[in-house]
Write a protein that binds this ligand. Structure first.
Ligand code: FES
Length: 150
């Protein structure tokens, strides 16, 4: 009788395969975005414009609910690439803002319509009920545009 339970404890092969996700993001245009999946969660990759980077940098940290400078939100020398977990820190909905036609909220990043959380172009919470910034996954660039998450 114990066997079915023990068997279910072994991670399936496809789950193991998803413990890391790799993608070449060179085809994502400036201002565009792509959504990857890592460990069953959406990961938002945004190719930020110079104006989006500038607006993220020029924020008074004292205004932020979860204060983090823009430099802590991306890899050094890679300010144009923002990589965040696309799960709202309020109740776990997936915010809008990845498609060109999506609303991006009052701060140009993402908007979670579930209860109205607005995130800025660094994925920081700026307005609404979410308590924290969009989380950052573990990731690295293995080449200039090859991203490895996990
Ligand atoms: S889950 Fe995003 S605002 Fe509630």
């Amino acid at each position: 009788m114990a066997w079915p339970f023990i068997s279910s404890m072994n991670p399936a092969r496809d789950v193991l395969a998803l413990s890391t996700t790799e993608a070449d993001i060179k085809s994502v245009p400036v201002g565009g975005a792509v959504t990857l999946v890592w460990r069953g969660k959406p990961v938002f990759v945004r190719h930020r414009t110079a104006a989006e980077i500038e607006s993220a940098v020029n924020v008074d940290l004292a205004e932020l609910r979860d204060p983090q400078p823009d430099s802590a939100r991306h890899k050094a020398g890679k300010a144009e690439w923002l990589v965040v977990i696309g799960v709202c820190t309020h109740l776990g909905c997936v915010p809008l803002g990845q498609k060109p036609t999506d609303p991006r909220g009052d701060f140009g990043g993402w908007f979670c319509p579930c209860h109205g959380s607005h995130y800025d172009t660094a994925g920081r919470i700026r307005k609404g009920p979410a308590p924290a910034n969009l989380a950052l996954p573990t990731y690295a660039f293995t080449t200039d545009t090859q991203l490895k998450i996990g």
